[in-house]
Design a binder for this molecule. Structure first.
Ligand code: NIG
Ligand code: FE
Length: 413
């Protein structure tokens, strides 16, 4: 199967040589070929260039992209799309004045989602989660990290991992599975958090590892959840089983989790709505990707991650949705790219770099995803007609996408 996309107004994020991360000042550059073509064979990007060099290329499928922008699919490196039901009543409670913390403290929040998930069969959970995944694929996402964390028992966390495994087998999107059993302290361990941590370390991590169904280990390192010491114990146990850390840190408080993540060679540290100089210094001496989640800040009304401080310090930055039922019931990366520009003051070039190559890096996939490079996977967005790629974030909350190609297959929207 071959596809030729012709007359592309702007082919963006196009790299002759492979690129796996973009940092600091370089994030301001987004390579473009004007009036371009792109040739795909099976699931792979094979050739591209200006239309002057397109003559003589035959393909089974031809797409005319006149007036349109072509770019690599979004790489969403932080989601919790496997969940049951929703938390609409808590949304209304927050509108009426309760805070996220107040709702959690009275047994709502993550614990509410855990009760709903424990009561849902694996098949039903798979159906609900697959619907969410299929929706975000139509919105341009081609690679997704998916976390557990709404099980909070060994059995229910493994059920979540099995659902993620089934999704991974059945979808054309690329999936990264993460074990986030340390997402909240289950009610039955309210007065004995250590017992739950011991269960994660001694039972859950070894079981997940034996089944080979998780690649990453995550902890919600936050006041009222897991301390830096708890986080360290869990990361240590994960590392023994070759699980790579990707952690929730600095959402509400600075506890020192960023430095810990760096020390444990975390692939990413995510949230960072609160960030100090020490955190920036720690990140400078690392290969850890900072990840901002602007749609979470938008939904909860909490501060936005200081992207300018991060990028201006020469660091890389990725952006992701955080799609989950509590803090971000949206998986729309187009909105995340817009919000990164509007609220985090990132340029369109920086936001698109953050949502493609750096997002892929934060999942360990940037060798094969995140740029238009020969040999990389054919996960492609073709936009509606527009003046330039900056119109993608400019027309916030619009749908900029005309066609999606995922793993070399044209998706009918
Ligand atoms: O990333 N902060 C922790 N976890 C999620 C929210 C989970 C929830 O409220 O269900 C987040 O925002
Ligand atoms: Fe999250």
């Amino acid at each position: 199967m071959s596809i030729l996309i012709k007359n592309i107004k702007q082919l963006i994020q196009v790299h002759e040589n492979n690129i796996t991360i973009v940092k600091g000042e370089a994030m301001k550059t987004l390579p473009v070929i004007e009036n371009a073509y792109l040739y795909i064979q099976d699931d792979t990007i094979v050739e591209f260039g200006t239309m002057d060099f397109c003559e003589g290329i035959d393909a089974e499928t031809e797409i005319d992209a006149s007036g349109k922008i072509v770019l690599p699919s979004w790489c969403d490196s932080h989601t919790h799309i496997v969940y049951a039901g929703n938390r609409v009543p808590e949304f209304v409670d927050r509108i009426n004045g309760l805070s996220y913390a107040e709702i959690a403290n009275r047994g709502g929040g993550i614990l509410n989602s855990a009760l709903q998930l424990q009561d849902t069969s694996e098949d039903e959970l798979y159906e609900q989660s697959m619907r969410r995944l299929n929706e975000i694929i139509t919105m341009g996402t081609g690679a997704v990290e998916i976390k557990t964390g709404y099980g909070l028992t060994v059995e229910a966390e493994l059920k979540m991992l099995k659902v993620i495994r089934r999704i991974k087998q059945d979808t054309l999107a690329k999936i990264a599975p993460t074990l986030l059993a340390a997402h909240a302290i289950p009610t039955e361990f309210k007065d004995n958090k250590q017992d739950y941590i011991d269960k994660i370390i001694n039972e859950l991590i070894p079981k997940a590892s034996a089944l080979r169904i998780a690649k990453y280990i995550d902890v919600f390192c936050e006041d009222g959840y897991f301390s830096v010491e708890d986080t360290e114990a869990i990361l240590k146990a994960g590392k023994k089983h070759k699980l790579i850390p990707k952690i929730h840190v600095n959402q509400f408080n600075i506890l020192g989790g960023v430095k810990l993540g760096v020390d444990y060679k975390a692939l990413s540290v995510d949230h960072l709505e609160e960030l100090d100089k020490k955190d920036i210094e720690a990140l400078k001496c690392s290969n850890t990707m900072p990840v901002a989640l602007p749609a979470c800040s938008y939904f909860l009304g909490i501060p936005y991650t200081p992207a300018r401080k991060i990028i201006d310090a020469g660091l890389p930055l990725a952006i992701a949705t955080d799609y989950n039922p509590g803090s971000t019931p949206s998986g729309n990366m187009n909105f995340v790219v817009s919000t990164a520009c509007i609220k985090l003051k990132m340029t369109p070039e920086e936001a698109i770099n953050a949502a493609t190559v750096n997002g892929a890096y934060a999942m360990g996939f940037s060798n094969m995803y995140g740029s238009i490079t020969r040999g990389k996977k054919a996960n492609i967005i073709i936009t509606k007609p527009m003046d330039s790629y900056a119109q993608i974030p400019y027309e916030f909350a619009h749908d900029p996408i005309d066609t999606v190609i995922i793993n070399g297959q044209v998706l009918v929207k």
